[in-house]
Design a protein around this ligand. Structure first.
Ligand SMILES: Cc1cc2nc3c(=O)[nH]c(=O)nc-3n(C[C@H](O)[C@H](O)[C@H](O)COP(=O)(O)OP(=O)(O)OC[C@H]3O[C@@H](n4cnc5c(N)ncnc54)[C@H](O)[C@@H]3O)c2cc1C
Length: 391
C-alpha cells in the first residue's frame, strides 16, 4: 500500500531528499517495525544494535558539517528522518532526534571552535551523545531561573542540583547543564550552560521509572553533587545560558512537529485500510459511513497541511529567519491536531484499537509527549500571543 505521506512528500521536496527519506523509511520498516512489540512487551529501551545501525547510516551526524565528520545535511533532513522513523515509533525517532536537535545543536550554534573540534566528530558518528539539561523537578515551563547552581571557585565552577526528564541519559557521554550563575542579574541573564561529562565525579544518573510514553526512549534524572568543571566547559557566554537553551529549542520544536506528523501518517494509513476491510451491516465496509469518512478526511487534510507548513519552516530555519513564535506555533498545532485526531481514529476502528499490535495506542500515548515536550503547548501560547498584543 502506498503511504499518503509519501504521496505528499514527493511534491514537497527534491528527488535527492526523497531518496534519503525512502532509505530511512525502508530501514524503519525492516529494522524497527518487526521488533517493536517485543521491545515494548519486554520493556526494553532502544537496543544498542539499533543505535549502532542508525549511527552506521549517518543519522546522528545529519546536519553536522562534513568538516566535523557529519553528513553536511540540513534541518529538512532531520525532519524527514523524524517523519520516517516516527511512522512506526516516536521513541526510536527521538533517540537520534534528541541527540542531534537537543544534544549536538547547542554546540553547533553556540560552541567555541575548540569545543566543536573536541566533540562534533564523535557526536556525528553516534559514538558520543550529549543530553539537554534544562528541566528540573522544580523548573519545568518556568525554566529561565534554574535551581541547579554553579558557583565560581578560582578558575573552576562547582555545580549542584538535579536535572530531570533528560532524553538519552542512558547513553549520554555529556550533559549540557543549564545552571544559575548570576541570581541578581536581569531575567534571562542569570544562567550559564556547562558541558559536563557524565563520568565526572559527583554526576549520578538514574533512569526515570514508570513512563508509559516513548517507552523505548531513555529518560533520566541526573544528580550533580559538587561537580567541578573548568571555565572552558562553559557553552556560549557566561550568563547567556537561557539564550543557548531557547535558541536550541526553535529547531527542536520543528522536530517534535515531525514526530506528531509521523504518528498521524501511520494512523491515517491504518484507518483508511481498516475502514475498507471491516465489514458491518449489510456485508459492507464501515468506510461507507460518512462519519468514518469525516475522520479519515480530517486526518488527510491535517497531514498535508502540516507537512507543507513544516517544510516551509525548515527552509526559514536554514535561512536564519525562523522566529520563536513560528517554531512554537507549528509544534502546538501539529501536536494538538494529531493527538485530537488519533482519539477519533481509534474510535472508528473500534475495540481492536485497544491492542498494542494494532499500533494506534502506541501513537496515542506518544502524541501526549508532543503536547508537553520542548515547551508545554499552553505555556507556548504565552509566547505566540505576544506579537498579537502589539497595537
Ligand atoms: C518524555 C519526555 C522527555 C523530555 N525530555 C527532556 C529533555 O531531554 N531535556 C529537558 O530539559 N526536558 C525534557 N522534558 C521536559 C519537558 O520539556 C517538560 O515536561 C516541559 O517543559 C513542561 O514542564 P513540566 O512537565 O514541568 O510542566 P509544568 O511546567 O509543571 O506545567 C504543567 C502544566 O501547567 C500549565 N502551564 C505551565 N506554565 C504555563 C503558562 N505559562 N501558561 C499556561 N499554562 C501553563 C500547562 O498546562 C502545563 O502543561 C521531557 C519531558 C518528557 C515528558
Amino acid at each position: 500500500m502506498a503511504r499518503r505521506i509519501d504521496n505528499y512528500l514527493k511534491d514537497l521536496i527534491p528527488a535527492e531528499k526523497m531518496a534519503f527519506y525512502e532509505a530511512v523509511r525502508d530501514f524503519s520498516d525492516s529494522e524497527i517495525a518487526p521488533h517493536l512489540l517485543h521491545w515494548e512487551r519486554s520493556h526494553s529501551l532502544v537496543p544498542n544494535s539499533c543505535i549502532q545501525a542508525m549511527g552506521d547510516m549517518g543519522l546522528f551526524g545529519l546536519p553536522i558539517a562534513e568538516a566535523y565528520g557529519g553528513q553536511g545535511g540540513d534541518h529538512t533532513d532531520l525532519v524527514l528522518m523524524g517523519l520516517a522513523l516516527a511512522y512506526h515509533s516516536q521513541a526510536v525517532a527521538i533517540t537520534p532526534g534528541a541527540a542531534i536537535s537537543l544534544g549536538a545543536k547547542p554546540l553547533q550554534l553556540c560552541g567555541s571552535e575548540a569545543q566543536k573540534q573536541a566533540h562534533l566528530p564523535a557526536l556525528a558518528k553516534g559514538e558520543r551523545m550529549f543530553v539537554f539539561g534544562l528541566s528540573e523537578p522544580g523548573r519545568g515551563s518556568d525554566a529561565a531561573n534554574p535551581q541547579v547552581t554553579a558557583v565560581k571557585k578560582g578558575d573552576r565552577w562547582v555545580l549542584n542540583g538535579e536535572k530531570c526528564w533528560s532524553t538519552n541519559a542512558r547513553w549520554a557521554s555529556h550533559v549540557v547543564v543549564h545552571a544559575l550563575t548570576n541570581p541578581t542579574g536581569p531575567n534571562g541573564k542569570r544562567s550559564t550552560c556547562f558541558i559536563v561529562p557524565m563520568n565526572q565525579k559527583g554526576v549520578f544518573y538514574q533512569e526515570m521509572q514508570g513512563k508509559k510514553v516513548w517507552e523505548q526512549s531513555s529518560t533520566g534524572s541526573i544528580m550533580l553533587e559538587n561537580v567541578e568543571v573548568p571555565h572552558d566547559a562553559i557553552l556560549g557566554a557566561e550568563n547567556d545560558g537561557f539564550k543557548v537553551m531557547v535558541t536550541t529549542l526553535n529547531g527542536g520544536r520543528l522536530f517534535i512537529a515531525s514526530l506528531a506528523l509521523g504518528s498521524l501518517a501511520f494512523a491515517l494509513d491504518k484507518c483508511r485500510v481498516y475502514a475498507e476491510e471491516r465489514i458491518q451491516f449489510d456485508d459492507k465496509p464501515i468506510g461507507r459511513f460518512q462519519r468514518v469518512q469525516d475522520v479519515i478526511v480530517d486526518m488527510d487534510i491535517a497531514l498535508e497541511s502540516g507537512l507543507t507548513w513544516l517544510l516551509h519552516l525548515c527552509r526559514l530555519y536554514e535561512a536564519g529567519t525562523l522566529s520563536r513564535e513560528q517554531a512554537a506555533k507549528i509544534k502546538v498545532e501539529c501536536s494538538r491536531r494529531a493527538s485530537d485526531l488519533i482519539v477519533l481514529a481509534m474510535e472508528i476502528c473500534g475495540g481492536v484499537a485497544c491492542f498494542d499490535e494494532f499500533g494506534l495506542i502506541r501513537h496515542h500515548n506518544d502524541l501526549f509527549v508532543t503536547r508537553v515536550g520542548e515547551g508545554s503547548n499552553f505555556a507556548l501560547k504565552d509566547l505566540i500571543v505576544r506579537p498579537l498584543r502589539q497595537a
